[in-house]
Ligand binder design. Structure first.
Ligand SMILES: Nc1ncnc2c1ncn2[C@@H]1O[C@H](COP(=O)(O)OP(=O)(O)OP(=O)(O)O)[C@@H](O)[C@H]1O
Ligand SMILES: [Mg+2]
Length: 362
């Protein structure tokens, strides 16, 4: 899928812009605070109907304005055109339209405009708690499997009810019903997480090796209590503890993914550039799996291309993504000359736009 034209009105510091994009590499360059990331965030709205940062819709409206509109004209891989418009007003809320037709529920749009974002904020995936990694997996797997998303929603609802129940004095029978509901959805989630992480492993290894020019080896391992016993048994075993603590201590809401470099935890032993390289490899693996599933190439957004990466790794990344397996790419960076230099070194074609105060110029 590719974005041919992006029209933005009153989105953050962008007042009104029509941006034409090429099918290959598109670069947005400009000073800090110019509005480069804001353009990528507008594209993110067309895919997920929300900001890629933890911003509310209202916070994305240009200061002093009533609402914003982001309008994207796409061409699908089978050449069909497609239009997605996301608009928000402080009074009326948010609407999302695909080819002129409004969605009843925003979740119906999930997966329709596949994108993969690499952003400096991704370091939270490594440094923060397991919850970040679960959220990442959930968002990614939901795009390729609707039964996963449905199971997640059922699991979350049952978990909330069970936790509420633990604060009262529930009978065994009632608890067993909730345990059974949790177990049923947990099995679906566990199986899918296992499958996806297994598929990611060789891809992450391959991309990391290319980025680092074989300097280091990395790995990822799924960690779940369900690898040791069934959730039904785990819940039964921790029942007394759950009563005391008034919450459910076992389940897929405690899963984690362990990232390693040379068999040591990446979080503790990886340098900043190694951690960033791992994140890029992870996202490229995600890209590959999304593309495989959709039978179409997602749009790749690389925010702050040089963030923590040395020139060689950036050049390797550009060579990788300019290859046949990838499609349209949107890149931002604050150093135009460094970017142009590295792009020509890598020998790839590109289109460049200068961003100043929320305005884009060729
Ligand atoms: N709701 C808003 N209304 C008006 N301006 C906003 C709003 N939200 C953010 N901004 C402005 O957007 C600018 C930040 O834009 P952005 O994050 O896209 O910068 P950038 O070009 O990516 O910079 P950097 O190189 O530092 O990453 C800031 O000047 C900020 O004040
Ligand atoms: Mg930025």
């Amino acid at each position: 899928m590719r974005l041919d034209k992006l029209s933005i009105i009153n989105f953050k510091n962008i007042e009104s812009e029509d941006i034409a994009l090429s099918a290959g590499i598109n670069c947005f360059v400009g000073d800090n605070g110019a509005g480069k990331t804001n353009i990528l965030d507008a594209v993110h709205y067309l895919s997920f109907a929300k900001s890629m940062h933890t911003l509310t819709d209202a916070q994305c409206v240009r200061h002093g304005e009533e609402g914003f509109i982001v309008d994207g004209r796409f061409t699908r891989d089978d050449d069909r055109p497609e239009q997605v418009v996301c608009s928000y007003t402080r009074r009326g809320g948010k609407t999302l339209k695909r080819n002129g037709k409004e969605y009843d529920r925003l979740s119906e749009h999930v997966g329709s405009v596949p994108i993969v974002v690499v952003s400096p904020a991704d370091t939270a995936l490594i440094s923060d708690s397991a919850e970040e990694r679960r959220r990442y997996l959930n968002r990614f797997i939901s795009q390729i499997d609707r039964t996963y998303l449905a199971a997640l929603m059922r699991y979350a609802a049952a978990l909330q009810e069970r936790n509420k129940l633990l604060k009262t004095s529930p009978t065994e029978d009632i608890l067993l019903i909730y345990d059974a509901m949790l177990t049923a959805s947990a099995e679906i989630i566990y199986a899918k997480r296992t499958e996806v992480i297994e598929q990611m492993k060789p891809l992450v290894a391959e991309f990391y090796a290319a980025l680092s020019e074989q300097r280091e080896q990395t790995n990822l391992e799924y960690r779940s209590e369900l690898q040791t016993a069934s959730l039904a048994d785990l819940l039964l075993a921790s029942r007394q503890k759950d009563f005391v603590n008034e919450h459910t201590s076992s389940g897929i809401h405690r899963d984690d993914v362990l990232f390693t470099i040379g068999e040591h935890p990446l979080r503790k032993f990886g340098s900043q550039g190694q951690q960033k390289s791992f994140l890029v490899a992870l996202k490229l693996a995600e890209y590959t799996l999304l593309a495989r599933h959709a039978g179409a190439k997602p749009i790749l957004l690389l925010d702050d291309l040089f963030d923590k990466l040395d020139m060689r790794r950036v050049a390797q990344l550009l060579k990788l993504t300019a290859g046949e397996s990838f499609g349209q790419i949107l890149i931002t960076d604050c150093n135009k000359h460094r970017l142009q230099h590295t792009l020509s070194e890598a020998g790839v074609e590109y289109r460049l736009l200068n961003i100043t105060n929320g305005k884009a110029q060729l």
